[in-house]
Ligand binder design. Structure first.
Ligand SMILES: Cc1cc2nc3c(=O)[nH]c(=O)nc-3n(C[C@H](O)[C@H](O)[C@H](O)COP(=O)(O)OP(=O)(O)OC[C@H]3O[C@@H](n4cnc5c(N)ncnc54)[C@H](O)[C@@H]3O)c2cc1C
Length: 282
């Protein structure tokens, strides 16, 4: 497997980029390619590489953020929250879908879920020349050395990471991958090795996120050996799949990496409360 655990204590560099082009990959997914000075230095740490994106506030061309002091993330975050309204850019978390350092280009794929979310709204209306701030964070894909097989599962928001993880596997790696979508029209061809079995699942409008996924897992015969499992997507989906794997299939908890990518009915910015804002501003 070419994708290896990658942890490092370096700072999280920030890049001010410009949209180079946009492409509607499927009805609800847009790929935005950005470029910018220094992107060739972007530290690509993991196939599910997380990025913090910063969207300029109305009336400002460029998103400005406080300097990161080494890797003091809590200190940086306090300074970010303390920025005045109207200056502080909206921040959201996404995945670096593909990096082409030699061309200074980075692809990010956005699920278009409507105009209620600033990131979805921005992506649906992005044009070449628009500014986007990109801070390189860490990743969550940390497989052990040569696991017998991999179990990869998530929803539409996890698809960029899943596609990138599957591309990173060697031909003799074995993996079962499941992607739960609201709309079958959002399926897309992925590049996978011979050892990968990929299943697309469709959520019924009245079903909770993860129901189709857990149902499919229940009817799947697992290969022998303890897999490394990677789960991401809506928080309830991640919770129910993890519960099935630990409770129903007796997978050890430490064999599972899981990340809630979003929460039904909650904006990502609800993570910072009024109290946090008040405290940060002294
Ligand atoms: C590590 C990490 C990596 C991620 N990678 C990606 C990625 O590559 N591509 C991607 O599209 N997303 C990705 N996400 C998820 C993304 O951050 C969230 O969907 C985020 O809420 C989008 O911001 P927003 O401004 O559009 O909506 P918000 O302002 O955060 O939310 C507004 C409303 O929209 C709802 N909502 C948010 N996302 C969705 C959705 N996908 N479908 C339906 N309703 C939604 C919220 O529940 C809320 O009610 C990732 C998240 C994490 C933590």
């Amino acid at each position: 497997m070419s994708a290896r655990r990658t942890t490092d204590g370096t700072a999280f560099p920030y890049f001010v980029t410009k949209v180079l082009r946009t492409r509607r990959v499927t009805p609800h997914l847009v790929r935005i390619t950005v470029g910018g000075e220094g992107l060739s230095e972007f530290p690509y740490r993991s196939p599910d590489q997380w990025v913090k994106l910063f969207f300029p506030p109305a009336g400002r061309a460029t998103p400005e953020i406080p300097e990161m002091d080494g890797d003091d993330v809590p200190g940086w975050y306090r300074r970010y929250l303390a920025m005045p309204d109207g200056v502080r850019p909206t921040m959201r978390t996404f995945t670096a879908r593909a990096l082409r350092p030699e061309r200074g280009e980075l692809d990010i794929e956005f699920v278009l879920h409507g105009d209620a979310g600033p990131a979805s709204r921005w992506a649906g209306n992005a044009h070449p020349g628009d500014a986007l701030g990109v801070l390189a964070a860490q990743g969550g894909f940390t497989p052990p050395e040569d696991p017998p097989w991999l179990l990869i599962a998530g929803d539409h928001t996890a698809l960029p990471a899943i596609a990138s993880i599957l591309e990173s596997l060697d031909d003799d790696d074995r993996a079962l991958a499941f992607v739960e979508l609201d709309d079958a029209a959002d399926e897309q061809p992925l590049t996978t090795g011979r050892g990968v079995r990929l299943r697309w699942l469709h959520r019924r409008p009245d079903a909770a996120p993860g129901e189709a996924l857990v149902e499919a897992l229940r009817h799947t015969t697992f290969p022998l050996g303890t897999p490394y499992a990677w789960l991401a997507g809506e928080a309830g989906l991640v919770r129910s799949v993890r519960r099935h794997l630990v409770g129903g299939r007796q997978l050890p908890k430490d064999a599972i990496s899981f990340t809630g990518y979003w929460r039904m009915g909650k904006a990502e910015s609800d993570a910072y409360t009024d109290e946090e804002l008040a405290e940060a501003r002294g």
